[in-house]
Write a protein that binds this ligand. Structure first.
Ligand code: BJW
Length: 225
């Protein structure tokens, strides 16, 4: 019984119409990271940050999974052993495709977080800085996403999964952002076979035992088959 851990990044959702971050016309070509993806940026201008995430929440709500998301959901159904998806993505396309075992290590667009009391709830489509927290009433509402300088979610479960993985697959991620960029080294250390499926070689491509390059909607179903 093989244990499969799959890391996904923005590239898997690109063909569903959601922008990546670091590609030529990606989100970071249009927005300064310091302004929209750090706690300091949020403290300086919460409305700007909410505008950025409100627009992305609207796009993500309308997006549909592509063949890569469906192939991974089918893999989870068909595979005899455990299949865990650790996604850096804040969209819900894995769940929409039918995957059930998904960790959102960078949070989720459809969740809100109170910066004052850490309460979490289902986000409305449009959020604003003055929205009161339903629990403590503080006007400290923020998107429940992980910004630079913050600790990604469920790191203990991820470390445990990487330590027992037989196969580790990285899909559609540039390998520029830690700690996710280091998962291949962790999985390799514990003896997993490591595979990269990406449009082009990522920053960490040389660390993988096997690489296949092309659009996710081609290479992921082909790898799963
Ligand atoms: C396709 C395709 C198609 C395109 N088919 N493929 C110096 C050294 C090392 C680390 C650090 C350092 N200085 C600071 C750090 C830490 C920092 C970091 O990594 N900085 C780097 C910039 C160096 N990291 C952090 O701060 C993290 N926290 C942390 O480290 O805490 C300490 C700690 C950790 C663990 C335990 C204890 C303590 C937090 C990082 C948070 C990242 N947040 C964001 C925003 C999330 C919310 C949102 O969505 O807005 O996460 S930034 C952004 O980057 C987002 C993504 O999840 C993340 C990764 O991006 P991704 O998914 O890889 O997208 P792209 O665009 O980069 O790549 C797309 C890929 O797809 C490309 O390769 C394309 O080729 C490919 N592609 N079309 C297949 N059709």
């Amino acid at each position: 019984m093989t244990n499969i851990v799959i890391l996904t990044g923005a590239g898997i959702s690109a063909e569903s119409g959601l922008g990546t971050f670091r590609d030529a016309h990606g989100l970071w070509a249009q927005h300064r990271i310091e302004d929209v993806a750090t706690p300091e940026g949020f403290a300086r201008n919460p409305q700007l940050v909410h505008d950025f995430y409100n627009a992305r929440r609207d796009q993500a709500a309308k997006a549909q999974p592509n063949a890569a998301h469906y192939a991974l959901a089918q893999l989870e159904k068909d595979h005899a052993g455990p299949v865990l998806i650790v996604t850096q993505n804040v969209d819900s396309l894995h769940e929409k495709a039918g995957s059930q075992n998904v960790i959102h290590m960078h949070g989720a667009l459809d969740r809100a977080l109170c910066a004052a009391c850490d309460h979490r709830w289902v986000a409305p489509l449009v959020m604003s800085p003055n929205d009161p927290c339903p629990r403590c009433a503080s006007p400290a509402t923020r998107p429940d996403v992980v910004w630079f300088g913050e600790i990604p979610y469920q790191m203990e479960q991820i470390a445990e999964a990487l330590s027992t993985a037989d196969i580790f697959v990285s899909i559609g991620t540039s390998g520029e952002v830690y700690p996710a960029a280091n998962f291949v080294a962790e999985a390799d250390h514990f003896g997993a076979h490591t595979v990269e499926l990406n449009l082009e070689p990522s920053a960490g491509a040389s660390r993988f035992a096997e690489c296949r390059f092309g659009p996710a909607s081609d290479v992921v179903p082909a790898w799963v088959a």
